[in-house]
Design a protein around this ligand. Structure first.
Ligand code: GRF
Length: 233
């Protein structure tokens, strides 16, 4: 059975679009269906993308108000199995984190735990990466808890930072990887091929993409060769 997925987004929703497009391509092989898109902002582009696809789009209040359904109520009404944060800027209320433990994931445009936390969103992340002079940034998909960008890391993919980069060029390179990477991680989790955040989960339950992106062979002679090549020795 396919997972019922809710995507939460505060902004334009290009990652939502990437998930919808990837699921379309997978057809019957997809692990889940996006049945709900929810936003804290009524003008979020993600809502329009959802409506265009015939996916239910809703705005929820983040303040506790008796007269308006909160996020937890909405997720429950739609029998959501998996919550996917794609550019969602608010913290998830503790009761929702508890209810969906291990079933909420987020994408972040850096290699966490570096360049994450409160205030680290959008171009700020990429400015900080460039200011720090790091050579490699990337994309992280992690489990969500009550703290910004803090939950268990599920999967990461590196993205090079070039000397000529500014925050804009780096953001574009990272976003391109997000669009390829995030939908595939979402599908792996939605389909149950990968589980996470359960105490009993075996080590292989966490997606380990390292072998795929390792540029250097583990064999020492090849490693030395590669280092020499990189350093121009
Ligand atoms: C992405 O860079 C994502 O990593 C971050 O917010 C941005 C959302 O972009 N969490 P979009 O709304 O999906 O275009």
């Amino acid at each position: 059975m396919r997972s019922r997925i809710a995507v939460l987004a505060s902004g334009g929703g290009s990652n939502l679009q990437a998930i919808l497009d990837h699921f379309d391509r997978l057809g019957e092989r997809r692990g889940g269906d996006v049945v709900l898109v929810a936003s804290d902002r009524s003008n979020a582009g993600a809502l329009e993308r959802a409506s265009r696809r015939g996916v239910m789009a809703t705005v929820h209040s983040t303040a506790k108000r008796a007269d308006t359904p909160g996020l937890g109520d909405i997720l429950e009404q739609h029998a959501i199995d998996l919550v996917v944060l794609a550019g969602y800027l608010k913290l998830i209320p503790p009761e929702v984190v508890a209810r969906y433990a291990g079933r909420i994931l987020n994408v972040h445009p850096s290699l966490l735990p570096a360049f994450g936390g409160p205030g680290m969103y959008g171009q700020r992340v990429h400015h900080a990466v460039i200011d720090a002079g790091v050579r490699v940034s990337g994309v992280t998909v992690h489990s969500v808890d009550e703290v910004y960008d803090h939950g268990q890391i599920i999967a990461q993919w590196p993205v090079p930072v070039f000397p000529s980069d500014d925050a804009g060029t780096l953001a574009a390179r990272v976003l391109r990887v997000e669009h390829l990477f995030f939908p595939r991680v979402v599908d792996a989790i939605a389909s149950g091929r990968t589980i996470f955040n359960t105490p009993a989960a075996p080590a292989h339950a966490i997606i380990d993409a390292r072998p795929a992106f390792t540029l250097l062979s583990h064999e020492d002679s090849r490693l030395a060769e590669n280092i020499e090549l990189a350093l121009g020795c």
